[in-house]
Write a protein that binds this ligand. Structure first.
Ligand SMILES: [Zn+2]
Length: 256
């Protein structure tokens, strides 16, 4: 029994060291991304659509930072002020600060405050309300690319899960402003993989076609942006930020 345990510990150590080496190899030898068509193109207009202030730095930083670093025009649209605990005004300010740290200037950050789209873990946002709110906003940007949560919502929050169906409905509406717009969703991996940090990078790389990996400096930027959301720094979010794979790697699906 003791032999079995020590063998498992050794295997874990070998896997951990291999994962770190694999991660560094991907970042420094492969530019940190795999088959991401939009990163190879010239100047694009990209919009990241989130549900709450802090989603941008808890889940999307590898994608967001790669887009910013390659000189693409990156907008962030957040569909609520995060007012569940009546902290909407504070969280709005924190969002602008976080986006500034991630390289998105204030004029490219839009935070929506709509009664039909409240920050609430039990109120399902309607597709029509999302379509109605985002339609004019996105039409004014004419994005080449939209990135949002998948239908699992990464953390499973009901507001995150509502975004993809609403945006898909908008794009299928046939508006001219969106005829060349591509839609990507961020894969939900579940809690265990979600908290494996660098240990999940090899599996993410091999199991998905569209992968973006942040270098160590990008992870530090994600932590600094999270710290800007001072009102949200509860112990569990700090732990999440330390161990989440989403600070290191984003795996994306092409939806539209
Ligand atoms: Zn959220």
């Amino acid at each position: 029994m003791v032999d079995l345990v020590s063998a498992l510990v050794w295997l874990l150590k070998i896997y951990a060291i291999s994962s770190v080496l694999f991660y560094l190899g991907v970042v420094y030898l492969r530019s940190g991304w795999k088959t991401v068509d939009f990163l190879e193109k010239g100047s694009l207009k990209a919009v990241i659509v989130t549900a709450h202030p802090d989603d941008e730095c808890m889940f999307f930083t590898p994608t967001l930072l790669h887009l910013v670093q390659r000189g693409h025009c990156v907008h962030l649209v957040c569909l609520s002020t995060g007012n569940y605990y009546s902290q909407g005004a504070v969280r709005t300010r924190e969002l602008f600060k976080s986006c500034g740290l991630l390289g998105i200037p204030p004029e490219k950050v839009k935070i929506v405050d709509n009664r039909a789209l409240p920050d609430h873990p039990e109120i399902k946002w309607k597709e029509e309300d999302i379509e109605q709110e985002l339609g004019p906003l996105l039409a004014s940007i004419k994005p080449d690319l939209i990135i949002t949560f998948d239908e699992g919502g990464v953390s499973g929050h009901i507001n995150h899960r509502a975004l993809l169906p609403g945006i898909r409905k908008l794009l299928r509406g046939g508006r001219k402003a969106f005829e060349n717009t591509k839609l990507y969703s961020l894969q939900t991996t579940g809690t265990v993989r979600g908290l494996l940090s660098v240990l999940d990078v090899p599996y993410s790389w091999w199991s998905c076609d569209t992968v973006i990996v942040s270098p160590p400096g990008g992870v530090v930027k994600a932590w600094r942006a999270m710290a800007a959301h001072y009102s949200q720094l509860m112990w569990f979010r700090v732990l999440f930020s330390m161990f989440t794979r989403y600070n290191l790697v984003n795996t994306l699906d092409v939806v539209h």
